[in-house]
Design a protein around this ligand. Sequence first.
Ligand code: FDA
Length: 306
Amino acid sequence: MLNSPTSLINRSVAAVLPYVPRPLVWRISRRYIAGVSLEDAYRVIRELNQLGAMATLDVLGEDVTDPDQVTGYRDLYLQALRDIADQGLDCNISVKLSEMGLRFEPERCLEIMAQLADAAAERGNFVRIDMEDSSVTDQTLDLYRRLRESHGNVGAVIQAYLRRSRDDVEDLLANDIAHLRLCKGIYVEPAEIAFKAPQEINASFNELLKLLIDNHAEKVGIATHDPALVSHAKRLIAERIVPRERYEFQMLLGVAEPLRDELIREGHPVRIYVPFGEHWFAYSSRRLRENPAIAGHVIRGLLRPG
Ligand code: FDA
């Protein structure tokens, strides 16, 4: 698969992207990123709410190494939680732990996450901990377990491509803290720890979803744009008569909008992931370098009328 013409094109696009002028990259990225400021994000979230979708807000940034920058990100999220409540938006927050200093100040990271969870709880809101690459899977799940001892309004993410995920899900179910977003996984991981073939990843996704639903997980976020996985999930939800408060479909801003609209029309709860922030350019370039398969979406974006 790595040497297919498509993957070669994808890798070439990913390699040159950092040298493409920012306005052009912005033309492509603006479909997937709400803008640079909180106000930009609120405008997009309001539109999504009007369409019948909920949202989750993501301040772009990761692998922060400066404690002051961590404080800055924390304050942005605290501000967002206040504004979301004041403006009556239907939106929670998604946070990357490496943005909150996980890699260099893990205890402070836990304190900050507790602060965010407190601020969310005061307003009846919720904090999702995004899952990053496999170098922090254990640390992320450990922090999640510790946070759940004191905060019920926090959830984690499970990546279907990781071979360990079945064990993780079983453990979280056994501890009654399975408030989970299930996704395929976006990072490039070695075959020893991750399924590589698309059909294996999809089989794992379907199996984990079934496990979560059959064991009455607290809540499942079904995060995919893959029509086959969405159809499978819809069948399972109908068969098991899963109540609305136990699941939601989740999608990324600007992706698979017809499928999103279909789910909304059918009455399923749908939440859209809304990334925004000053660091959109660095973030987009890095994601593309790391996982050139995403470049295929960029090519399609370029071909789309502006
Ligand atoms: P797949 O990659 O097969 O895509 C199916 C179809 O969707 C494609 O053919 C294409 O048309 C479209 N599509 C998918 N992604 C697109 C994109 N970026 N731009 C344009 N079109 C696209 N991962 C992770 O490791 N940790 C996390 O915390 C999260 N969080 C998360 C939240 C939410 C709400 C979503 C939807 C996804 C994530 N992910 C994630 C990313 C996830 O792991 C996965 O990489 C992407 O969702 C793509 O996988 P699909 O299941 O959509 O299938």
